[in-house]
Design a binder for this molecule. Structure first.
Ligand SMILES: NC(=O)C[C@H](N)C(=O)O
Length: 483
């Protein structure tokens, strides 16, 4: 018997392995640009694939910069002028092999000395909307949702979004939350604000299917405005649950902070009776996600803090250094009413806070994130827990307002008391629709609460970007759904 840790190989197999090794040494290894510039592979033959970001032909040499989206930095490629080609233009897709060497220039540590350059996809520089050496603003590149991923700014944004997504998932995993895939199609209007997109099969007259049903699902179905109610169901069996997916609001708004389709992180926490518990999760989530971004994509974040919103890094550092502030809605109204600023919207007790109010409050309280708690009962949907206070009747709800944006998170303790919930639903004429929700309160109900964080608003807040359309791959808003 052969010892278990010894591998017996025939002579033939050894020969094959040897030629495989020889082949590997001769064949350039395919590397991502981020790996190539990391200096670890200097002295090896490599192949990269990517898109040309600059072309500089000189008498004897040709200099290129190639980017493949793996990092903000591009790889400098040096080739003999003989390898130049008329299709080698800004934006063209290329495959290049050669030797990775230490660069003689101080501008970069390594460069690729090319043996072979193949143009995989041409790009006519006259028609291409982005021009070499020109700095295009976010507003300009926004006109080309199908091409803007080829710009530095948007490529950075997409890497940041991807990292932030990972950080959020990691945060909840570490805290022991279970991820729930809440449905995109639903028959409930969780927020009760009527901003719903109704869903029916295309081309069906008067919403009737062949069997004569009124609707495909027998009941009207909508794109979800929030996964909250489905998370509340799951909070009946787990201590903490969350969801992170697209949500939809048919808001007829062209504002800089609204989208018809946006991503929301929502969490629901069982066995909690205090807004403090919710606020702690919101604050921790913000901090751990931001720390992760600053550590994992410093160059991409710096691009925004230097070129898009110069000096904004100081604002982020301030938010990270100071703890978030907390005031009640009633205190917020008092602050607004004692201000000399003229607001366009009313600031009477009972009125909803508008963006102008939210931004003012954040500034007034030190320009760090601000929790506003205990909103008027009448402003909140049926699920918000009644504080049973008088004469200013409030609900245990909380919003997190952030600098430059306003509301980023909204949450509440949920009304778990069956009798109070029944009365409220009956008053709103919703008791039949929400029979199942009452059931959830009947069978092993616990006090619980949760919140939702607008993912794009979070990105606005950490990057200092002004328009929400610039932090989502394909923005959808009223009168705009181009591809
Ligand atoms: N899950 C939440 O509490 C979020 C809340 N339903 C909202 O849409 O604002």
């Amino acid at each position: 018997m052969l010892p278990a840790n010894r591998l017996w190989l025939s002579e033939g197999a050894i020969g094959m392995l040897q030629s495989l090794r020889y082949y590997c040494q001769k064949t350039p290894r395919k590397l991502r640009i981020c790996e190539a510039i990391s200096h670890l592979e200097v002295g090896t033959k490599i192949k990269v694939q990517g898109w040309v970001r600059s072309v500089r032909p000189q008498k004897e040499n040709l200099f290129l910069h190639v980017n493949d989206g793996s990092s903000l930095q591009s790889l400098q490629v040096v080739a003999s002028s003989e390898l130049n080609h008329r299709l080698l233009t800004f934006g063209s897709a290329v495959e290049i092999s050669g030797s990775l060497v230490t660069s003689p220039s101080r501008k970069q540590e390594v460069e690729l000395q090319a043996d072979q350059i193949d143009v995989v996809g041409e790009c006519n520089p006259v028609d291409f909307p982005f021009k070499i050496k020109e700095k295009h603003g976010l507003e300009y590149i926004r006109q080309f949702p199908h091409l803007r991923c080829k710009t530095n700014a948007f490529s950075s944004l997409l890497r940041i979004r991807s990292e932030a997504t990972t950080a959020i998932q990691q945060y909840f995993k570490e805290k022991g939350f279970i991820q729930i895939h809440t449905p995109v199609l639903t028959s409930n209007d969780c927020e009760g604000a009527g901003e719903l997109f109704q869903v029916e099969p295309a081309g069906q007259k008067k919403n009737q299917d062949e069997e004569g049903h009124q609707h495909f699902f027998s009941v009207p179905a909508y794109l979800t405005v929030s996964g909250q109610l489905h998370l509340e169901v799951m909070a009946g069996a787990f201590p903490g649950v969350y969801t992170f997916g697209p949500t939809f609001r048919a808001e007829n708004s062209q504002s800089r902070r609204h989208l018809a389709e946006f991503y929301m992180v929502e969490a629901e926490i069982s066995f909690t009776q205090s807004l403090e518990d919710l606020m702690k999760v919101m604050e921790d989530l913000f901090r751990s996600t931001t720390e992760h971004l600053l550590a994992q994509c410093p160059e991409d974040v710096a691009l925004y803090h230097k070129h898009v919103s110069p000096g904004y890094r100081d604002n982020v550092d301030l938010m990270m250094k100071k703890s978030f502030n907390v005031i009640t809605y009633t205190e917020a109204i008092n602050i607004l009413n004692s201000s000399s600023k003229k607001f366009a919207f009313k600031t009477d007790w009972g009125c909803d806070l508008q963006t102008e109010h939210e931004k003012y409050l954040v500034k007034h309280c030190g320009d760090v994130p601000l929790f506003v708690t205990d909103y008027p009962y009448a402003l909140k949907p049926f699920y918000a827990r009644d504080n049973e206070d008088q004469p200013l009747h409030t609900a245990a709800a909380v919003d997190l307002l952030v600098p430059g944006v306003g509301e980023m998170c909204g949450g509440s303790l949920r009304e778990e008391r069956l009798d109070l919930l029944k009365t409220r639903l009956a008053q709103a004429g919703l008791d039949e629709t929400y029979g199942w929700y009452l059931d959830v309160r009947r069978f092993g109900s616990v006090p619980h609460g949760g919140f939702g964080m607008g993912f794009e608003r979070y990105l606005l807040c950490v990057l200092g970007v002004d328009n929400i359309k610039d932090v989502i791959p394909f923005p959808r808003f009223s009168r705009s759904c181009p591809l």
